[in-house]
Design a protein around this ligand. Structure first.
Ligand code: GAR
Length: 215
């Protein structure tokens, strides 16, 4: 069974979906620890409810990013995880840390990367009158929201949707696709070689798993 660490900053709905897939045996893995940089993250309540061990590493208590990253890195090393999962973790990881764990950290981002890295993705999609929106799952590199892509889930924006409605649809896709991809990684059907994502017996096009959702 693979040892997982999940990093959160907020609501933790993705953490909940991943935890459910682990306890149902869909993911061949166990969440060894949940880490939050935010002591008030609602995701910590979800961790408690699901009997997951958790740790708060509050970035505000550190002089600078390097010191925060160092503490995070030491804690992660002490657990020796197989996979580090960023699930709404809103801190940028420094180069040293992301290089150290390259190939072992994945992130979920609420846009069809390379479109809209960073914040306020739903707002930007609406502002640009985009016809499609979606989510990306990728290996984390030292560049923000730019590591090798693993999967994307896409939907068509049919009506005049509000930002809140878009966010809801994005979450629906995330809660399906993130556990699915984590399962494949834990079953050794996805891994990284250099900068290339390798899929074993999985349907991918242009080296990414694409899923269309009718929401
Ligand atoms: C998710 O939509 C995730 O894609 C996004 O934060 C949300 C967290 O929700 N992540 C980012 O924006 C990272 N750049 P959750 O706390 O309910 O899982």
């Amino acid at each position: 069974m693979k040892k997982l660490i999940v990093l959160i900053s907020g609501s933790g709905s993705n953490l909940e979906a991943i935890s459910k897939a682990c306890s149902e045996g869909i993911i061949n893995g166990v969440i060894a620890s949940v880490i939050s940089n935010n002591p008030n993250a609602y995701g910590l309540e979800r961790a408690k409810k699901n009997n997951l061990s958790y740790k708060v590493i509050n970035h505000k208590k550190f002089e600078n990013r390097e010191k925060f990253d160092e503490e995070l890195s030491n804690y992660i090393s002490s657990i020796e995880p197989d996979l580090i999962i960023l699930a709404g973790f809103m801190r940028i990881l420094g180069k040293k840390l992301s290089d150290k764990y390259f190939g072992k950290i994945i992130n979920i981002h609420p846009s069809l990367l390379p479109k809209y890295p960073g914040l306020d993705t739903h707002e930007r999609v609406l502002k640009n009158n985009d016809s499609f929106h979606g989510i990306s799952i990728h290996y984390v590199s030292s560049e923000l929201d730019a590591g090798p892509l693993i999967a994307q889930g896409k939907f068509q924006i049919k009506n005049n949707l509000s930002e809140e409605e878009l966010k809801e649809k994005i979450h629906k896709i995330e809660h399906i696709l993130y556990p699915k991809i984590i399962k494949e990684i834990c079953d050794d059907r996805i891994h990284l070689e250099g900068n290339k994502v390798i899929f074993k017996n999985l349907k991918s096009s242009n080296n990414i798993i694409y899923e269309n959702y009718d929401l």
